[in-house]
Design a protein around this ligand. Structure first.
Ligand code: KG4
Ligand code: ZN
Length: 346
């Protein structure tokens, strides 16, 4: 590609879970390449991610994936202005592979190193899909490990308004799929099955806290679905998989949508930005778009490929740290538990 004089080109690296990914992004919004080597098949037989297998696979894939990202972008490593890497939250052994690779490249080429919070990366995926998007907005982040409602006041200024008190939304999709023998990851297959079922067939609980909090709780819903399935199996009843999936999915989506809209109304913010693996859920997309419109708001989602883990979103988020000169040094370490917004200088 022909790059303008002032283009800032960032190499992004993401290895927080079971995707080994490297990407080249110009000016935080234009994706020149986004290579994602998924390990999903490797972990599928265990019904979830096995941390040690993930780390070992990242070690094997990280350099070839970075090479592919540079090749596809048509640039050399020397042309990169900075290296942005996910340093947390995530699986520590998995994170360390990406962090170590990024540090080695930054040190060898004497380029700035940028540390990126994984969830801030998920949110930044929207800057790629919506080139005109600017803060402030309310973001719903729902992934395999996280369910958060965040007030994004500025590119590097985040206030967490609510989060899950137990299971993450995606995690529950995965667990229910496992109980129903539908495979891993659970989200896409439940989404598909739900289209064939009746969302009102079974009433599953929706938890809303009476203290006015925006927090989520999905463990009661998870238990209710598991109990329903076990009871039916014990009685020898045939399971109506589409109805169970549709009713379960409706319960999750109702809560995600209600809490997010409540936050947007209370804070008088008109833009809602969804992020994370669960953002590719078709019912969530439809419902939020419809209800936001009715409330005079706008709901934005990333393209599906940018919803799940990828390095383009990490490079996109890293761009705003680059602009602020917020760089990490070579003592950077993986941080498995990390609060959103915590890593930024105020
Ligand atoms: O963001 P992500 O790739 O990884 C984490 O950072 O956790 O999210 C993966 C999660 C999995 O739990 C997966 O089941 C869920 O996103 N997911 C979905 C859909 N596609 C992926 N959940 C509901 N509906 C979908 N269509
Ligand atoms: Zn993620």
């Amino acid at each position: 590609m022909n790059m303008g004089m002032k283009d800032i080109v960032i190499l992004g690296i993401e290895t927080s879970c079971d995707e080994t990914s490297a990407a080249v992004v110009a000016n935080g919004r234009k994706v020149l390449s986004n290579i994602i080597a998924s390990q999903v098949d490797l972990h599928a037989e265990y019904g979830g991610v096995v941390p040690e297998i993930a780390s070992r696979k990242h070690v094997e894939l990280i350099l070839p994936v970075i090479d592919s990202a540079l090749n596809e972008a048509g640039i050399a490593l020397e042309d990169v202005d900075a290296v942005a890497v996910t340093y947390g939250p995530g699986l520590v052994g998995a994170l360390l592979v990406g962090v170590t690779a990024a540090k080695a490249i930054a040190a060898a080429l004497d380029k700035p190193l940028i540390k990126v919070h994984h969830i801030e990366g998920h949110i930044a995926a929207n800057y790629i899909s919506h080139p005109d998007l600017e803060p402030p907005y309310i973001s719903l982040v729902a992934s395999g490990g996280h369910s958060h409602i965040v007030h994004v006041k500025d590119y590097l200024d985040f206030e967490v308004l609510g989060m899950t008190r137990d299971d993450a939304a995606g995690e529950v999709f995965d667990k229910i799929a496992r109980v129903l023998d539908l495979g891993y990851p659970g989200g896409p297959v439940i989404d598909k099955q739900a289209k064939l079922g009746n969302p009102k067939a079974i009433h599953f609980p929706r938890v809303n806290f009476t203290d006015g909090s925006y927090d989520f709780s999905f463990s009661g819903l998870k238990t209710a679905v598991i109990n329903f399935v076990n009871t039916a199996r014990q009685k020898g009843d045939e399971l109506n998989i589409p109805d169970i999936c549709a009713s379960f999915q409706q319960a999750v989506v109702d809560v995600l949508v209600d809490h997010t809209l409540k936050a947007a109304v209370n804070l008088n913010v008109k833009k809602i930005v969804i992020a994370g693996g669960v953002a590719s859920n078709s019912l969530l997309r439809e419902t939020l778009q419809r209800k936001a419109k009715k409330a005079g708001m706008e709901a934005l989602f990333p393209a599906p490929i940018l919803c799940t883990d990828n390095a383009a979103m990490i490079a996109a988020a890293g761009y705003y740290s680059f602009l602020k000169g917020e760089f990490a040094d070579l003592t950077l370490n993986a941080v498995p538990y990390l609060v959103i917004g915590e890593g930024h200088k105020q």
